[in-house]
Structures are given as C-alpha cells and as structure tokens.
Design a protein around this ligand. Structure first.
Ligand SMILES: Nc1nc2c(ncn2[C@@H]2O[C@H](COP(=O)(O)OP(=O)(O)OP(=O)(O)O)[C@@H](O)[C@H]2O)c(=O)[nH]1
Ligand SMILES: [Mg+2]
Length: 200
C-alpha cells in the first residue's frame, strides 16, 4: 500500500471535483492556497503529504497515478488559518506532460528531491527551471531534500541544496517523512511567506 493509496477517497483522486486552475481566495484571517508538489518518482512526495495531513508514514509505497488531491488547514500564532489545497503530482516520466495542469495557477510549488539521489536533485533543478518559465509570477517556491533520515546514504550535501535554493530565490529545508522531521516546519514556513491580503 502506498502513501497516497492509504488516504480515504474523499481526500484523493485524479482531479477530484476541483478545478486545478483555481488559485487562492482569501480574507485577511483565513487564507486558502493552492500548492503543488513536483519531483522525481520515489523521492517521497506522497509520503510528505501523508505525514503532514494524517501524521502517518507508509514504508511500502505505490507510485502516484496522475495526481492526488488533499487538503489540510493549519493555524498560525497570529490566529491566521491557512488552508493548503495540495496537488501531489506523479513523478514518473510518463506523467510529466500533465504537470502544467497542476502547477498553473498554484501560489506555491514544493520541489522535492531525495538526498540519497543526485539524479533526483538534477530532476528538481529541471522542475525549478520549468516553473521559472511557466509558473505563476510571484510563486513561492520551496526546495525540499527528503529522506534526511538516510544520512549514511547521503549523496547530495545540504550545502549544495541550500546554495541552489538561494540562487533561485527559494526556501530550502531537509525533511524526513519517515521520522516526521521538519514536515510541519516546511508547511509553516510556507504559510509565513504567503502574502497577506489587506484587512477589511
Ligand atoms: N527512509 C525514508 N524513506 C522514505 C521517506 N519518504 C518516502 N520514503 C519512501 O520512498 C518511497 C517512495 O515514496 P513516495 O512518497 O511514494 O514517492 P513519490 O515521490 O510520491 O513517488 P511518485 O508518486 O512516483 O512520484 C516509499 O518506499 C517510501 O516509503 C523518508 O523520508 N525516508
Ligand atoms: Mg506519489
């Protein structure tokens, strides 16, 4: 059973009833934001989402087919709530052409690689370039090095991830969906960076 397949039906499914073109609509205290996850197959995108939304980890994961949709609301210290509408895309090459459906109109993109896989870091850089060319102007972008629990197998240094992120105006964090390390922090840091609409 994969990370996404253990989710109840009401929270997942290809395109669901939601239009992926929808952006975000907000009042000053309740923000709603469309977020897309991109990255190579197997880097742990679905596991990051499952950890964030359900607090669970599934070590026997199935690849995502097409994309799945989930949402999660968090409360910030200033009593603002942020509802993340999350599109978890499929990393397999055969689905690459679908990606624009999900990142178009997204306010936030989370580009994930696996710290044990230089190939996945190269793929993350491909997605960053794609987003720079075709993503929403002013999009908030995060670069995530996942599987940080696998230190002994590390092949991409935190320094390399950080430098690439800095050069490209991205926020950088290393996470582990397995141990839950930095998963909530990832979404909290994104929430803090969202532009606030003027209070009415
Ligand atoms: N050790 C470790 N394994 C992880 C972590 N996150 C995910 N995995 C494992 O990595 C594999 C792939 O995880 P998924 O979340 O399905 O990967 P994905 O990026 O969604 O892959 P696609 O759906 O094909 O794009 C699974 O076997 C997970 O159990 C992590 O933080 N640490
Ligand atoms: Mg997946």
């Amino acid at each position: 059973m994969g990370c996404s397949s253990s989710l109840p039906d009401r929270n997942s499914g290809r395109l669901g009833g939601l239009n992926p073109e929808n952006g975000s609509a907000n009042d000053s205290k309740n923000l709603r934001v469309k977020l897309v996850l991109l990255g190579d197959s197997g880097v742990g995108k679905s596991c990051i989402v499952l950890r964030f939304v359900r607090g669970q980890f599934d070590p026997t994961s199935k690849v995502t087919i097409g994309a799945s949709f989930l949402s999660q609301t968090i409360a910030l210290q200033d009593s603002t709530t942020v509802k993340f509408e999350i599109w978890d895309t499929a990393g397999q090459e055969r689905y690459a052409a679908l990606a624009p459906l999900y990142y178009r109109g997204a306010a936030v993109a989370v580009v994930v690689y696996d710290i044990t896989s230089p190939e996945s870091f190269a793929k993350a850089q491909y997605w960053v370039k794609e987003l720079q060319k075709h993503g929403s102007p002013g999009m908030i972008m995060a670069l995530v090095g996942n599987k940080a629990d696998l230190q002994e197998k590390r092949e991409v240094s935190a320094q390399d991830g950080m430098e690439y992120a800095e050069k490209n105006g991205m926020f950088f964090i290393e996470t582990s969906a397995k141990t839950a390390d930095n998963i909530n922090q990832l979404f909290e840091e994104i929430a803090k960076r969202l532009p606030r609409p003027p209070a009415s």
